[in-house]
Design a protein around this ligand. Structure first.
Ligand SMILES: Nc1nc2c(ncn2[C@@H]2O[C@H](COP(=O)(O)OP(=O)(O)OP(=O)(O)O)[C@@H](O)[C@H]2O)c(=O)[nH]1
Ligand SMILES: [Mg+2]
Length: 249
């Protein structure tokens, strides 16, 4: 359950630049976030609400990013939100005309959270280019719901809301694909993970934290290091401070 207002499930819209996140956000909320046919329009996160079935959802439009390694301000905004604000569902909006390139980010999000819906947006463009997508097959492989949409015309948005609902209220449990690295790295990850498990707050995925630490990711180490002393003792409070930043949403 999210630490934010418990009665309002929180949904994050993540994805590569220019995949139609803000178009989806506007269609669901009735708001008018800036959209246009060039990447990098959304710089900060925007927030709105929509109603589906018996729930009011809070939805956050995140900046477009190619990765979540916090190499830029946009990546940091998106990564921090997915990691620390713990959305009840993260929708990864992909461009159905170049899915392969978009899957990199999908896999990175799946490493952080299992509460994911993959949206295959621009499906009208994919159809126009005769690109056929095995939606059921991809959903089976990724272990999360996959929904084709054409946000500009509204096609598929009802099914997207159904999938968001099911994941956010835990009506549907997902089984995300886990990337297996080579045996040496897996050994190091498992070793570090078991040490981290009792030390980090429950909402952080220990495998993901271990991978970031082994990666030498300085941005995430900075955020996490406040929680540890030299021998990796967890100091209460630092993560909650990080989480509180999102309580005012
Ligand atoms: N044909 C078609 N165009 C779409 C669809 N969804 C969005 N677009 C168009 O794609 C362009 C980009 O849409 P945005 O919603 O601004 O994309 P974004 O992902 O928010 O972009 P950033 O904020 O830069 O990451 C706009 O010109 C939209 O009108 C769709 O399903 N089909
Ligand atoms: Mg946008």
């Amino acid at each position: 359950m999210s630490i934010l207002n418990k009665s309002e499930p929180v949904v994050a819209l993540a994805g590569n630049p220019n995949t139609g996140k803000s178009t989806i956000f506007n269609a669901l909320t009735g708001l008018k976030q800036h959209t246009g046919n060039w990447p990098g329009k959304t710089v900060l996160r925007a927030e709105g609400r929509f109603v589906h079935k018996d729930k009011v959802f809070k939805i956050i439009d995140l900046p477009g990013t190619y990765s979540l390694l916090a190499n830029s301000a946009e990546e940091e905004v998106a990564r921090d939100f997915i990691c620390f604000a713990r959305p009840d569902a993260t929708v990864v909006v992909t461009d159905a005309t170049c899915l392969e390139r978009n899957l990199n980010l999908v896999l990175q999000v799946l490493e952080i959270t299992d509460r994911v819906v993959v949206c295959l947006n621009l499906i009208d463009e994919a159809r126009r280019k005769n690109i056929e997508i095995d939606v059921t097959g991809i959903s089976k492989e990724l272990g999360v719901p996959v929904v084709p949409t054409a946000a500009r015309s509204g096609e598929g948005l009802k099914f997207l809301k159904d999938a968001i609902y099911d994941v956010a209220v835990r009506k549907r449990y997902t089984k995300p694909l886990k990337i297996e690295y080579d045996s040496e790295l897996e050994k190091a990850v498992k070793n570090l993970e078991s040490k981290l498990l009792p030390l980090i707050p429950k909402h952080l995925n220990p495998r993901w934290v271990a991978l970031r630490l082994l990666d030498g990711d300085t941005a995430i180490i900075e955020k996490i290091s406040g929680c540890f002393t030299g021998d990796l003792c967890f100091k209460e409070g630092v993560f909650s401070k990080e989480c509180f930043r999102y309580e005012g949403l």
